[in-house]
Design a protein around this ligand. Sequence first.
Ligand SMILES: NC(=O)c1ccc[n+]([C@@H]2O[C@H](COP(=O)([O-])OP(=O)(O)OC[C@H]3O[C@@H](n4cnc5c(N)ncnc54)[C@H](O)[C@@H]3O)[C@@H](O)[C@H]2O)c1
Length: 336
Amino acid sequence: MERILITGGAGYIGSHVAKELLKRGDVKLTIVDNLSTGFLETIERLERFYGPVEFVKLDLSDWEGVERFFRQREFDGIIHFAAALVVPESVENPLKYYLNNTANTAHLVKTAIETGVGKFIFSSTAAVYGEPESIPPGGISEEAPTAPINPYGHSKLMSEQILSDAARAHPNFRYIALRYFNVAGADVGGKIGQSTRNATHLIKVAAQTALGKRERMYIFGDDYPTPDGTCIRDYIHVDDLALAHLEALNHLEREPNGVFNVGYGRGYSVKEVVETMKRVSGRDFPISIAPRRPGDPAILIADSSKLRQKTSWTPQYDDLELICRTALEWEEELSE
Ligand SMILES: NC(=O)c1ccc[n+]([C@@H]2O[C@H](COP(=O)([O-])OP(=O)(O)OC[C@H]3O[C@@H](n4cnc5c(N)ncnc54)[C@H](O)[C@@H]3O)[C@@H](O)[C@H]2O)c1
């Protein structure tokens, strides 16, 4: 049995990775989370529907507590999701991001190395690329320049640097940073989903509007240099993203260290997403056009060929209707 620790596993993406690991069945799973944006109910659902989890409420900023926790257990691998991730908040309160995302990651990596953890998977983000001037037809590759435009993106890129330097100095410690593009949808099994409060993620917002939880939704800018004037993004189903983590863990058995984009390599415009949600839900809902938001590039599409070539990752849910439907079904499940 592989002993895996997930940090931030009470949150959206971490819980879907936990689910996939539990389904695989050969893992002893521990989750730590401070429940700042995650939910105890998510852990309960994981246990009820997918299998046993050891849950420890722990804040990664409690460094002594983290060290005590590691002294009592042994792990083969860590998948590190715990972070703060609201871009405008990171502009207003950058130190929260540098402390929670960067300093706590540095400490976690140090503790992992000191206690002999060999594998580390890190949740990074397309935000490390900032506002690329142009996107090649095949999408943005890992070799593209990194140039974050907000503290959130910087906090993640700095964590990647920490991992790279630490792994070079400690060859028994191997890491992969996965740069996620736009994550959306919910467990195809319908048991867990995205419960994030005040979410700004387009597909979740569209699902909420379709269900009347919001009166209307806003499209931020319709004058971008794209066919319909709205931004284009690479939406990846959260279960496919979760499977990429399992592949990354396997990959570390063969080859150390690396950075991988995770997306499908094609994009949909905001208007296309809204139309798809209307079709899937069978409901029309009001849309308003609002001004562009600062820092929104016109197009962000992943070139994920490196992940496809180096691992056996084969997306199973590359289907915008399915992404919208699972998001909608989960939104119906949530009471508020
Ligand atoms: N959601 C996306 O579209 C997206 C895109 C790119 C990257 N990411 C990255 O993926 C990861 C997970 O994102 P998510 O969407 O699941 O967010 P989330 O907010 O649902 O999950 C984060 C979890 O971490 C926990 N947490 C935060 N700080 C903690 C701390 N100090 N100690 C212990 N637990 C803590 C929260 O309670 C929460 O359960 C993050 O690292 C994020 O930067 C997300």
